[in-house]
Design a protein around this ligand. Sequence first.
Ligand code: GDD
Ligand code: MN
Length: 361
Amino acid sequence: MELAVVVPTFNERGNVPLLVEQLEAALQGVAWEVVFVDDDSPDGTAEAARELARRDPRVRVIQRIGRRGLSTACIEGMCATAAPVVAVIDGDLQHDEALLPRMLRALQEDAALDVVVGSRFVAGGGTGEWDRDRVAKSAFATRLSRRVLRADLKDPMSGFFAIRTEIVRRLAPELSGIGFKILLDLMTASRRPLRFVELPYTFRTRAVGESKLDHVVAMEYLIALWDRMVGRIVPARFALFCLIGLIGVVPHMAVLALMHAGLGVGFRTAQIAATGVAMTANFFLNNALTYRDARLKGARALFGGWVSFCLACSVGAVANVGVADFLHGVRAGAWVVPALAGIAVSAVWNYALSSRFVWGR
Ligand code: GDD
Ligand code: MN
């Protein structure tokens, strides 16, 4: 076994047989296997791959239940082979499989080399039919990656590369697994910079199915960057929780303005309503973003989660007032520092409590 080709898939049923045909043609003379890592696609991608596997032992299928994520799928696939070299390629035929033998050979011939990257941004490569918008977004993401990547890699966003399997196994515990950027994750996880070369290819247009790169994936990219930069000090999840708490000020003030200033409702009543609305907004935002991997779904789970979230936040509010009050008493006249300390304590408290009791993380 020389090479394992790992293919993350989600709703790629129509592409699976075509990809295997292409691999077969491209990898003549190479001892290879392909590992599809499918997240239980509703369109039956895993079954389509198993169908091929019954006839061809080089085809393998990992079907993950109740999990989603391109990066984690790649990591699990890469760790699930006996081949010394592993390549990752998209399942939608957008990458150029004809590059695979050259990627393999480069690693076989140069023992000092760690990674070979399929690159759209070196001479001879290209982004194909991308519109200006997508080119601009990709360029922006690449520029951002420079903040964590200390290497002149032209296409760190590439989802197409080959690497020594032992390196993946060594780095696996350090990988964040967040989002789409598995190559960047690998390159920045290693303490010793990985030695790489880039081989040009042109990104093809997707013929069947659709892209899963959406706003959540874009946000996950920012979270992954945060994680690499300061994640050890301030976990990305906590940062997001605080950010959403801050955003909650907007609905809070809006309700207060409408009820108290606008309709003349008493301040305390309006303040209670505003707090309720802000907590509700925070609950749903945290459910969709901060805890998207443990997202509560269905009316019952959502209602139960909302009640526990409000309870957790009420305890946080008591802690807030308690701490602020205490510090205010320590130094008479001081109010800014006590207030901020109260907020900080309740943020940590709310986070810890709701993490554990609302989303079970
Ligand atoms: N198992 C699994 N789980 N596979 C997934 C998931 C997931 O949650 N999301 C996407 N995939 C699979 C798709 O089925 C496809 O085979 C591959 O990952 C790439 O997903 P696309 O949704 O087609 O991504 P893209 O074409 O928009 O983005 C590609 O190009 C980018 C470069 O701009 C990817 O290769 C990115 O990694 C790359 O950065
Ligand atoms: Mn694609």
